[in-house]
Ligand binder design. Structure first.
Ligand code: CA2
Length: 150
């Protein structure tokens, strides 16, 4: 049976491809989901992909991941910079975590340069647009392989 990876997306990412193409690209969230599933299949990983505008729902999904998913990939969107609740859930779930952002958050406004998610993540992929999600699925596979060895 393939290991399962949960890809979570935070607020407003349902608008991807509809608004702000210069900042976030032209791919829709459905396109990104398809790319993650294709990349996952090539790595023998089953990818589930979700988006919510609700912080509490994201927390519930993170906490429920334990026992079902082998790793998490998360673009917490604006909650990246504000949510101690998401940080605490990521710490509590004790799974490998890959943080992903479409834009290069270190090159943007000062308030975007701090990430609470980063404090729980094994690594950060930022600035590669939609392609970054494929890199994030690769990184999750890498983390799973490394942990299987130890
Ligand atoms: O670059 C990223 O992936 C972000 O997580 C995107 C968030 C932003 O708050 C983070 O600082 C960086 C914003 C997501 C909003 O997505 C939209 C997409 C298209 C149109 C409007 C919003």
């Amino acid at each position: 049976m393939s290991a399962k990876v949960l890809v979570l997306n935070g607020p407003n990412l349902n608008m991807l491809g509809v608004r702000e193409p210069t900042l976030y690209g032209r791919a829709s969230l459905a396109d990104v989901e398809a790319a993650c599933k294709t990349r996952g299949a090539a790595l023998d990983l089953e990818v589930d992909f979700r988006q919510s505008n609700d912080e509490g729902e994201l927390v519930d999904w993170i906490l429920a991941a334990r026992g079902t998913y082998a790793a998490l990939v998360i673009n917490a969107a604006a909650y990246t910079h504000t949510s101690v609740a998401i940080l605490d859930a990521l710490l509590a779930v004790e799974l490998p975590v890959v943080e992903i952002h479409l834009s290069h958050i270190m090159k943007r406004e000062t308030f975007r340069r701090h990430s609470y998610v980063a404090e729980a993540a094994d690594g950060l992929i930022t600035g590669f647009g939609a392609y970054g999600y494929e890199l994030a699925v690769d990184a999750a596979a890498h983390l799973l392989k490394s942990s299987a060895k130890s």
